[in-house]
Ligand binder design. Structure first.
Ligand SMILES: CC(=O)SCCNC(=O)CCNC(=O)[C@H](O)C(C)(C)COP(=O)(O)OP(=O)(O)OC[C@H]1O[C@@H](n2cnc3c(N)ncnc32)[C@H](O)[C@@H]1OP(=O)(O)O
Ligand SMILES: N[C@@H](CCO)C(=O)O
Length: 486
C-alpha cells in the first residue's frame, strides 16, 4: 500500500473555484473536497494533488469506529440523501445519531473527485481523454487516505450497490476484518461479467460514434450529447426489465405532459408525402447531421428522395396505399402509430442525463467497472479471494436483475464464509436497489442491529444536522417520485 496510515489533515479545496471548471459540481450540495498528495494507481501511474469529494452525516466517536462507509453506483455522487435518502435519518439504516456516515465520490465521476474534468496541473487544461485508468481498488485506496485523515480507526460497516457493491467487496478484501468489520453488497458481482462488459462497450461506442466526440477533446459546453444520451438510454434498459416496461408503458402514446418533458422537436407541417415519410423516419435523430439533412434543399434533397422512392416503387405492387410518395397529398395519409410513451421516456431520460453527466467521465467510469475482478493479480480461483472475506456480510440480490444476476449474488454468498443472502422480489430489475427502499432499509437495520450492536444499542446523540433528504427537494437523479410514494 502506498498510502500512509498516519492521520494527516488533507488540504481542503475551494469548491466555488472548482465549479468554474466543472459546472456539474453545482448539482451536489453540502460536500467537501480535499486534496490527496499522492497515489500510485494500480497501473503504476502516479497521481499527485488530486481531489476526492465526500459528504458526511453524524459525528465520529472518540474511538473512531462508529463509521458507515456508503459507496455510490455508476452515476451517483457522494450525496447519499439524493439517491438513498429514505435510508438516511434517525433510527433508519443510516442513522446519523449513532453512526458517522461517509460517502466518498469515486474517481472518474464528474461530481468532485479526480476525473476527466479535473485540471491537469502539468498542462493547465482538463485531463479529458488523457485521464488515467482508475480501478475500483484505486478508489478504495484513495478513499482510505481520506478516512485516515479524518481520524477513522475502523469501519463498522461498508455498504454499496452495483458499482458501490464492488467497492464494498474490495474494501473487505483489501483491508480485512480488523479494519472493515462488516460488509453489505447489493446487486453486484465478484467480477464484471462478459454481459456487463459488452453493455459498457456498446455504450462507449455510442459516444465514440457522435461526431462531436472529437477523440474526447470536445469543449465541455459542446459535449457529444447525442452519443451520451443514446448510451444512457441503452444503459437504462439494462437497469429495468421487459415486463416493467410493458407494465409502465405498454403501447400507449405519451401524454402531452410527457411529450413536453421529452422535448420532442417541433417539426413543421409536411407539405409532401416524401417530407412526411422523412419526418417519421428521422424522428428523434438529434445530431448536427440531422439539421444539415433537414436543411438540404432543392435538387440534392430531391435526389435523396427519388432514390428512396425508386426503392419504394419495388414494393408498390403489393402496397395497399394508393397515395404516391412523390405527388400524393399529405391529407390522404393515415400512418400507423410510431411515437410511443416508452420512446418519450427514453428520450427524456437521455436529455436529463446529458445535463448531469460528462461523456469522458462516462467512459472512464465504465472502464473502471470493466476492470472489476476480485481475483485480478491475486489468485487464479476467485473463490479463494471470496473465502478470505471473513467479515459478517449481507448480500442482497434482485431476482429480476438481468445485469448483475441473482445467481451472481448466490455465488458471492456461497463463497463468503460468514454471509447471509437476501432476495428482493421486484419486477424492476437492477435498479430495484435504488427503488425498494423499505425492504433494503429493513434488511440493513436488522443486519446492523445484529453485527454492530454496541453502536445501534447506544443512546442516540444529537448531531445537529439535517440529513438533506427533504421529500420536497428536487432530486438530481430523479428518484423523487418514489420517495413521495413511500
Ligand atoms: C448509478 C448509481 O450510481 S446509482 C446510485 C446513484 N444513483 C443514481 O444516480 C441513480 C441514477 N438514477 C436512476 O438510476 C433512476 O433515476 C432511479 C433508479 C434512481 C429512479 O428511477 P425512477 O424514480 O423509477 O424514475 P423513472 O425511471 O420512473 O423516471 C421518472 C422520470 O421520468 C419521467 N417520465 C416517466 N414516464 C415518462 C414518459 N413516458 N415520457 C417522458 N417522461 C417520462 C417522469 O416524469 C420522471 O421525471 P423526473 O425525473 O423529472 O421527475
Ligand atoms: N441507475 C444506476 C445503475 C447503475 O448501477 C446508475 O445510474 O448509477
Amino acid at each position: 500500500m502506498s498510502h500512509t496510515l498516519k492521520s494527516k489533515t488533507l488540504q481542503e479545496l475551494d469548491i466555488e473555484e472548482i465549479k468554474e471548471t466543472n459546472p456539474l459540481l453545482k448539482l451536489v450540495q453540502g460536500q467537501r473536497i480535499v486534496q490527496v498528495p499522492e497515489l500510485v494507481l494500480e497501473s503504476g501511474v502516479v497521481i499527485n494533488n488530486f481531489p476526492i469529494a465526500y459528504k458526511t452525516w453524524g459525528t465520529l466517536n472518540e474511538a473512531g469506529d462508529n463509521v458507515l462507509v456508503i459507496c455510490h453506483a455508476l452515476t451517483g455522487s457522494a450525496d447519499v440523501a439524493d439517491w438513498w435518502g429514505p435510508l438516511l435519518g434517525n433510527d433508519l439504516a443510516f442513522d446519523p445519531s449513532r453512526f458517522f456516515i461517509i460517502c466518498l465520490n469515486s474517481m472518474g465521476s464528474p461530481y468532485g473527485s479526480f476525473s476527466p474534468l479535473t485540471i491537469n496541473e502539468e498542462t493547465g487544461v482538463r485531463y479529458g481523454p488523457e485521464f488515467p485508468l482508475c480501478t475500483v481498488r484505486d478508489d478504495v485506496r484513495a478513499h482510505r487516505i481520506v478516512l485516515d485523515s479524518l481520524g477513522v480507526k475502523s469501519i463498522a460497516c461498508v455498504i454499496g450497490g452495483s458499482m458501490g457493491g464492488m467497492l464494498s467487496l474490495e474494501w473487505a478484501a483489501m483491508y480485512g476484518k480488523e479494519y472493515v468489520k462488516n460488509m453489505v453488497a447489493l446487486a453486484t458481482s465478484a467480477r464484471h461479467s462478459a454481459w456487463c462488459i459488452s453493455w459498457s462497450e456498446a455504450q462507449r461506442q455510442s459516444i465514440y460514434s457522435d461526431p462531436n466526440y472529437l477523440d474526447g477533446y470536445y469543449p465541455v459546453e459542446e459535449q457529444p450529447v447525442a452519443g451520451l444520451s443514446a448510451a444512457r438510454m441503452s444503459a437504462l434498459l439494462t437497469y429495468r426489465t421487459r415486463n416493467s416496461f410493458e407494465n409502465k408503458f405498454s403501447r400507449r402514446s405519451p401524454s402531452i405532459a410527457q411529450q413536453q418533458k421529452a422535448q420532442r422537436e417541433e417539426t413543421r407541417k409536411p407539405s409532401t408525402v416524401s417530407e412526411h415519410s422523412l419526418q417519421i423516419h428521422n424522428d428523434g435523430y438529434k445530431t448536427k447531421a440531422s439539421t444539415a439533412i433537414a436543411g438540404i434543399s432543392g435538387q440534392k434533397r430531391q435526389s435523396v428522395v427519388s432514390t428512396a422512392s425508386s426503392s419504394d416503387s419495388l414494393n408498390s405492387s403489393t402496397s395497399m396505399t394508393s397515395v404516391s410518395s412523390v405527388t400524393g397529398e399529405v391529407k390522404d395519409i393515415k400512418p400507423a402509430q410510431t411515437y410511443f410513451s416508452a420512446q418519450s421516456y427514453l428520450r427524456y431520460q437521455g436529455t436529463k442525463f446529458i445535463n448531469r453527466f460528462d461523456a469522458n467521465c462516462y467512459i472512464a467510469i465504465t472502464r473502471k467497472l470493466d476492470t472489476h475482478d476480485l481475483a485480478r493479480d491475486r489468485v487464479d480461483d476467485i473463490t479463494e479471494v471470496l473465502s478470505t472475506i471473513q467479515q459478517p456480510s449481507l448480500i442482497i440480490g434482485i431476482q429480476s436483475d438481468g445485469l448483475f444476476t441473482y445467481s451472481e449474488q448466490e455465488f458471492l454468498a456461497e463463497h463468503i464464509p460468514k454471509s447471509q443472502l437476501e432476495k428482493i422480489e421486484s419486477p424492476e430489475g437492477h435498479d430495484a436497489f435504488l427503488l425498494e427502499f423499505k425492504l433494503i432499509n429493513k434488511l440493513i437495520v436488522q443486519f446492523l442491529k445484529t453485527n454492530c450492536k454496541a453502536i445501534t444499542d447506544a443512546a442516540p446523540r444529537a448531531w445537529g444536522g439535517d440529513v438533506g433528504n427533504d421529500e420536497t427537494k428536487t432530486s438530481v437523479f430523479g428518484e423523487a417520485e418514489e420517495v413521495t410514494n413511500w
